[in-house]
Design a binder for this molecule. Structure first.
Ligand SMILES: Cc1cc2nc3c(=O)[nH]c(=O)nc-3n(C[C@H](O)[C@H](O)[C@H](O)COP(=O)(O)OP(=O)(O)OC[C@H]3O[C@@H](n4cnc5c(N)ncnc54)[C@H](O)[C@@H]3O)c2cc1C
Length: 283
């Protein structure tokens, strides 16, 4: 067992934690940050950055598909466009990897010590971390909990097999023929629209009467108009194109299964996120 003391301990190296730790370090505060996974947190590793990279790739592909369909006022034409999603994901992973290095560099330059592993409180000022090299005990004068959030698992649709969260959706190696996105918030819409542009037949299921229910109605109406257009354009010639977008009512697992049965090769659950502290931070 190893032990260390510091003035400030930050748990979680997402945008909340690493910015806090970096600023503290730059101000000469003796700071330690603990991260269970990779620096940058959800945003950099499985959130904002990879989703925007995927959206960008999907937009580019969609543009070429429209050119191939003769849909270019500029007179640009293309033939038989294809997308190699495994290669797209490698490109996305390289971007994430570079930015991971950037965050690690920021912490290092600010003289913040980084401990890799899952932090658990022993008491209010002491944390234990199971690291690769054994148990690390950290005693701090002040502790910042910046542990963020993780995807919500639905009891009727536990993760596994065909049921994946946004994290796995951002690492798919093949474009699914059919994708059901459970949850019409911004994460579900972003991912659903990107996969629709890459060729999936996408169904978005939302329990509330309108998509993006946490935004004002005018915004959600615009998204509702845009989403089907984006989702349908790719498969306009197919019989089931009207199912590319569905504003479904959803009340329990049984109902949801019936809604998605036979139409979803993959079910991506973007039902929201819950605080990571649910997994336990010890005493
Ligand atoms: C698909 C997707 C797209 C998104 N797009 C956007 C966007 O475009 N714009 C935007 O503003 N936001 C976006 N978000 C939301 C954004 O990612 C979060 O708001 C942001 O990451 C929250 O930062 P945070 O530091 O609070 O937590 P997080 O980024 O979740 O970081 C918390 C960190 O704490 C670590 N941790 C948790 N518990 C422990 C523990 N006990 N010990 C050690 N480490 C621990 C976790 O591993 C994690 O790295 C998106 C999210 C997703 C999922």
């Amino acid at each position: 067992m190893k032990a260390m003391s510091c003035k400030l301990l930050v748990i979680g190296a997402g945008p909340g934690g690493y910015v806090c730790a970096t600023r503290a370090g730059q101000r000469g505060i003796d700071t330690v940050i603990v991260e269970a996974e990779r620096p940058g947190g959800t945003c950099l590793n499985v959130g904002c950055i990879p989703s925007k990279a995927l959206i960008h790739a999907a937009d580019e592909y969609d543009k070429v598909v429209r050119f191939a369909a003769g849909d270019s006022a500029l007179g640009i034409s293309a033939a038989d466009p294809r997308i190699d999603l495994a290669k797209t994901m490698r490109w996305k992973d390289e971007i994430v990897g570079r930015l991971n290095g950037g965050v690690a560099g920021l912490l290092k330059n600010a003289a913040v010590k980084v401990v890799q592993g899952w932090a658990q409180f022993r008491d209010g000022k002491t944390v234990e971390v199971e690291t690769e090299t054994g148990l690390q005990v950290i005693h701090a004068e002040q502790v910042v909990i910046a542990t963020g959030a993780r995807p919500v698992e639905l009891s009727a649709l536990p993760f596994g097999g065909r049921v994946i969260s946004s994290t796995e959706a951002l690492a798919l190696r093949q474009v699914p023929d059919r994708l059901v996105v459970v949850g019409g918030g911004y994460i579900g819409l972003e991912l659903g629209t990107a996969f629709a542009k890459m060729g999936s037949q996408v169904t978005i299921v939302e329990a509330l009467p309108r998509i993006m229910p946490q935004y004002d109605a005018a915004r959600s109406d615009t998204a509702g108009r845009d989403a089907p257009a984006a989702a349908r354009r790719r498969r306009a010639d197919e019989r089931e194109s009207d199912r590319a977008y569905a504003l479904g009512r959803w009340s329990d697992g049984r109902n949801l299964r019936r809604t998605t049965q036979g139409s979803g090769r993959r079910q991506d659950s973007c039902r929201g996120r819950t605080r990571s502290t649910d997994r336990g931070l010890g005493s």
